[in-house]
Design a protein around this ligand. Structure first.
Ligand code: SF4
Length: 316
């Protein structure tokens, strides 16, 4: 069993990183390598379907705070109104598309969580399309992304409630960065470096969802950190190194997560959630939930009265 990035570096020296991770996963899980690849091929399909749906849909989220961001970006791109290169813009559009779908309760792949589910598909699918990467390579990229996420999860709880958004979107960006480095032909060392550069530059990111919903800042945050992951992969592939090793960065993330106050760990009692606008939105959401509850209770009462009347009960 590979239990740390240090061990992964040793096992992966001079070898294909996805193959090292596949060997280890097959041995531990009991699944064949083909079964693992088939399962990831299915995940890739779901990711693509989600992106295709999401970038065409202007529908609002459950809390009505977001919706249509991917469509807006895609329209700007199609009209030639974006100034960044197509790979970067598509990375933003695709990560937004997944998160828009997530906020509308659509089917997505949690990678590693639903709140951070836009980063990995945004990065990998944009690269696949923009640079004509074979689907099989993307699937092996997902092996790398999954391997990185699994290794982090041996030491850290992957949830905003445990350690802030660094543990969710931060880990997603490390997974995506390592996968992109792999898909671009990086060595094991370069892939791990990409993950390390991505993760260490997201440390301290708090979890402060407005109204307690995975909408603000979550949806747009995914597009920001997908691009951050591309930066990390590019730096690593160019030979730039993280001075702090990945295992130590994870330890630091865990310590920072413990030090964060409760209000910045998914409780919606701090940060953006406690701004005047955030509080007003939370009040509105609470009021609407109460109205829905009341309407449901009224309806139950009406149906009960109707049935009683049908049975002739309540008459003198
Ligand atoms: S802010 Fe919190 S809920 Fe939103 S993506 Fe980050 S960790 Fe998840």
């Amino acid at each position: 069993m590979i239990a740390s990035f240090n061990e992964l570096l040793a096992a992966g020296e001079g070898r294909d990183l996805a193959q090292v991770l596949l060997d280890a996963d097959a041995e531990e899980s009991g699944f064949t390598q083909q079964q693992i690849l088939d399962a990831l091929a299915k995940r890739r399909e779901v990711m693509w379907e989600c992106v295709r749906r999401g970038k065409l849909n202007a529908g609002l989220s459950m809390g009505k705070l977001v919706g249509g961001e991917a469509l807006t970006m895609a329209a700007a791109f199609d009209a030639g109104k974006t100034f960044l290169d197509p790979l970067t813009v598509k990375t933003m559009i695709y990560s937004l598309a997944v998160m828009d779908e997530n906020s509308r309760m659509g089917v997505i792949v949690a990678a590693p969580t639903a709140g951070a589910g836009g980063v990995v598909p945004g990065m990998l699918l944009a690269l696949e399309e923009e640079r004509n990467v074979a689907p099989e390579k993307t699937i092996r990229g997902l092996v790398v992304a999954g391997g990185v996420g699994s290794l982090v999860s041996l030491k850290a709880n992957i949830s905003g409630a445990a350690g802030g958004c660094q543990n969710e979107v931060g880990v997603a960006t490390a997974m995506g960065a390592a996968a992109i480095a792999y898909m671009k032909g990086g060595t094991t060392r370069e892939c791990v470096q990409a993950g390390a550069l991505a993760l260490k530059n997201v440390l301290g990111l708090v979890c402060d969802p407005v109204g307690g919903l995975v909408e603000v800042p979550c949806v747009k945050r995914n597009s920001f950190y997908a691009v951050h992951g591309l930066t990390a992969a590019q730096l690593a592939l160019a030979g730039v190194q993280s001075i702090i090793p990945m295992d130590e960065i994870i330890d630091a993330m865990v310590r920072i997560g413990r030090a964060l106050p409760r209000g910045l760990k998914e409780t919606a009692e701090g940060g953006l959630a406690m701004t005047p606008t955030g509080c007003a939105i939370a009040e509105r959401i609470k009021g609407e939930a109460n109205d829905r509850r009341q309407a449901a209770a009224d309806e139950r009462e009406r149906v009960a009265a109707e049935r009683k009347a049908e049975r002739g009960e309540g008459k003198d």
